[in-house]
Design a protein around this ligand. Structure first.
Ligand code: FEO
Length: 396
């Protein structure tokens, strides 16, 4: 492998997963990478490992720099299996290496891999490990992405290794931000934020403010997925601040629906036209044609989400249950949620969707719009006008 050097003595030894398309339900159209970093000075440290099926590749990449017996420290920034499921293999090949994680990380490592990880040593924010001229220090970052998460910072090289934060699921032969298409990079970065980190938005803002207050000089941000930010590391930090604080929100609505025999489809199209007639951007997305991964990404910069379902067995269509469960977990902030649908002899879908969205803490607007059987021309006019009302509220 061509060596991937961030700075003298700091090398990427991770792997590229070109084929992954489903990352615990998140559709990864462009694959991913599991980034691990080897830091060599008088002492050698490995920061993070990779997903277990790629353990041999990781071992080969490390061996290009050093025999594994020479690793002195293994830093576990995050226990989730995409970063630590190779750890038991590496720990066997480097039995002399001390392993470090947060207190929660140690607990999770023991639960995942057994009592042999009782030997893990706990680090806290501000603790340091001297490698020689290079020094590693740590910053606990609970819930970015799990309770165990932490960032590692190489003081002299000004390199931040924040694990999941600032990552992207993007397989590439290139490793750095100045080597890839910027539109693709930012598209994958926002998709990653929306699908992985959005529920932790307040914590992200707090953590970024904490790092800014520490006045840490940062030359490179090297996450554990995707591309490394060396040309413009503040680009991704500022993008996170914009997404987290709603700065990118614009006059936009996302209409999401499913349909049985076409009635809810007709309603959705009339509502979309009504919203668009007010000069508001609209995306019309049919469930079963569009994955939740893409819908949530579209919602990041929208002011309103308009959700439609036919009634099936007195409730919402099953695909809507899946969609609202996904959205409810991710909790996009600052959106107004509207609900509509069609029914035959008895309604239920709209009532169900409003209840479910409220249970998840989404800002459900009432009343919804519900029509019986196939909408007439007059009823479609009503849908158009309902869309106009939503468009006006978005603009207001
Ligand atoms: Fe990339 Fe939370 O693991």
């Amino acid at each position: 492998m061509t060596k991937v050097t961030l700075k003298d003595g700091v090398n990427w030894v991770g792997v590229v997963d070109w084929n992954i398309r489903d990352f615990h339900g998140y559709i990864t159209y462009r694959g991913s990478t599991y980034n691990a970093y080897l830091i060599q000075d008088q002492k050698t440290a490995l920061v993070d490992t990779v997903k277990a099926p790629f353990a041999n590749e990781l071992v080969e990449h490390i061996k290009e720099h050093t025999p594994l017996e020479k690793i002195d420290y293994i830093i576990v920034n995050h226990v989730e299996m995409d970063h630590s499921s190779s750890l038991p293999i590496i720990a066997k090949l480097a039995p002399q290496a001390k392993i470090y994680s947060t207190a929660r990380g140690k607990e999770e490592l023991i639960k995942h891999f057994g009592a042999e990880f009782e030997r893990v040593e706990i680090v806290k924010s501000g603790d340091k490990i001297e490698l020689g001229k290079k020094t590693l220090t740590f910053l606990e970052a609970p819930m970015l992405h799990w309770p165990d998460s932490m960032f590692t910072y190489i003081i002299e090289d000004k390199i931040l290794l924040p694990n999941d934060a600032f990552g992207q699921h993007l397989a590439s032969s290139a490793r750095f931000d100045d080597e890839v298409d910027q539109n693709v990079l930012m598209e994958e970065a926002v998709t990653y934020y929306a699908n992985i980190l959005m529920p932790f938005t307040p914590l992200i803002v707090k953590k970024i403010q904490e790092v800014v207050a520490m006045k840490l000089p940062i030359d490179i941000i090297a996450p554990s997925h995707g591309i490394i930010w060396r040309k413009d590391p503040m680009k991704i930090v500022n993008a996170y601040l914009d997404w987290c604080t709603g700065k990118t929100i614009k006059n936009k609505a996302v209409v999401v629906f499913d349909t049985m025999w076409g009635s809810t489809d007709k309603m959705a199209r009339a509502i979309e036209e009504g919203i668009a007639s007010q000069g508001v951007e609209v995306k019309l997305l049919k469930l079963r044609c569009t994955d939740n991964t893409d819908i949530v990404t579209e919602i990041v910069d929208a002011k309103a989400v308009v959700v439609g379902s036919p009634t099936l067995n007195n409730g919402m269509f099953p695909s809507l249950g899946s969609f609202l469960t996904y959205e409810g977990g991710l909790k996009p902030k600052g959106k107004a949620w509207y609900f509509f649908g069609s029914y035959g002899w008895g309604g239920g879908a709209v009532r169900n969707m409003i209840k479910m969205s409220k249970d998840f803490g989404l800002e459900a607007q009432e009343p919804g719009l519900e029509l019986k059987w196939v909408p007439t021309a007059e009823e479609l006019k009503k849908c158009f006008e309902w869309g106009q009302m939503i468009g006006q509220k978005i603009k207001a």
